[in-house]
Design a protein around this ligand. Sequence first.
Ligand code: ATP
Ligand code: MG
Length: 558
Amino acid sequence: MEELKKEEEKSLNFLEEIIEADLNSGKHKTILTRFPPEPNGYLHIGHSKSICINFGLAKKYGGKTNLRFDDTNPVTEDTEYVESIKQDIRWLGFEWANEFYASDYFPQLYEFALKLIRQGDAYVDDSTSEEIAALKGTPTEPGKNSPYRDRTPQENEDLFVRMKNGEFAEGSRTLRAKIDMASPNMIMRDPLLYRIKFAHHHRTGDKWCIYPMYDFAHGQSDSIEKITHSICTLEFIPHRELYDWCIEKLGIYPSKQYEFARLNINYTVMSKRKLLQLVNEKHVSGWDDPRMPTISGMRRRGYTPKAIRDFAERIGVARRENLIDIGLLEFFVREDLNKTALRRMVVFDPLKIVITNYPEGQTEQLAGENNPEEENSGTRNIPFSREIYVEREDYMENPPKKFFRLGIGKQVRLKHAYIITCNEAIKDANGNVTELHCTYIPESRSGSDTSGLKVQGTLHWVNIADAVPVKVLEYDRLFKVENPASEEGDFKDYINENSLHVIPTAYAEPAIKDAKADERFQFLRKGYFCLDTTSSSEKLVFNKTVGLKDTWAKEQKK
Ligand code: ATP
Ligand code: MG
């Protein structure tokens, strides 16, 4: 195991190799990366991979990372999203060197466009988008030149300035790069650089009515900030040629683009556009619904930043796309929570037990460790008396041999308390068990057990007199199929209608009353839980973060 670890430490991923080579050759003294979200939605777990890579590489090599809002599309962007993105990055544990907005570069980008026009490298096209598409060609056939392609630089400049001044209608003209309509790379066939849009921008207001396209904003923004390594996802590979072309024609700082595979996870969708539909059409309660693959949803559900970072580290950077099992992320959530979660006992479906030989009117305080994984976590008091609840499913009328729980004549240990023997089941007129009568063995108290008895089952329980009623929300996958986006028809046809399970009243031990929003709990034998944002002191509401079962580790052993 140790050797394996050393081996892992030695091998660099392809981005680290590139960076180390650049630092060793003296090409760069230090590195500067950026995370460039478009503020048109909340961040999802896919973005966290990009965040961990960009911030992680800078951290590892003593460089810095800029946060740049790629806000060049006025229609879909919003300040609410800007704030949520900042909150999510900080929560993940990263801090940016500078906060920039691509929209701050609009004046500079406009100057760049004028430069291309004057050099004869860009022209104003009066074609409609249909006309442009019709001349584009196909991957196997070259396109045809636009009839406006040979305008003089003076004419182009005049038209472009007038585009900016709002003299022309939306869609009537565009600015295009003059490259090569026969290029095998379709993106190089005179790509659009600017379009007219009379839209209000969340930062620049109504100042601009022309907006740069992604390809004319992104690379130039990188260059303005002197980003050394511009790391993006694989779908931008064909854009790299244009990225380099713009930088070369403008003679600006030569940022370089590198691509890695997007993160895809099964049983969910990972596109802001699709997630927005789920929110708008009320399939979920909001962007932070605990079933959402958003950072805010995962935070609300109880996932930890460390678990997400460890997950990102484990999946690493690859250059081939694949679908990662959500079980892997859950594995890291469990790993982290097991070390930090406070242990509490909560009964979800109560069955009353009367301990017939325990003195009436007596209550004793037992001690339960808060977290056996952490030495200094202390203990909490757990009251014990004659009447307690156990889980209904922990009793069986005719139990099979291996049922190490309750049945007539069987013995179990009550966690942190005593061994009890089940003597009698009391039933109502319909034959349903309403309570069990048991006896306890006074010498078997946990921590000072002198009974000499050995029992195989240990049950969680709560003392009825001071049990705290709480509400519990359990979640299942949001989709019924592994890859809803790739299925036939609409991805929403595959929504799992039973992904939320509400337990209106579960019964918790009294220590639960001190629960705080940032604390995590393990409800014994149930899983990991945290307070939901809808929780109040009158009614505590818990989200189930993840169950205890570790299907992923089992899968690995196969
Ligand atoms: P979406 O399709 O969800 O809207 P996007 O790529 O349009 O995603 P941006 O806000 O433009 O979202 O992304 C910011 C950064 O995060 C980009 O560098 C992008 O490549 C990266 N990113 C987005 N989705 C993923 C993903 N699933 N895996 C890894 N990186 C991603
Ligand atoms: Mg995008």
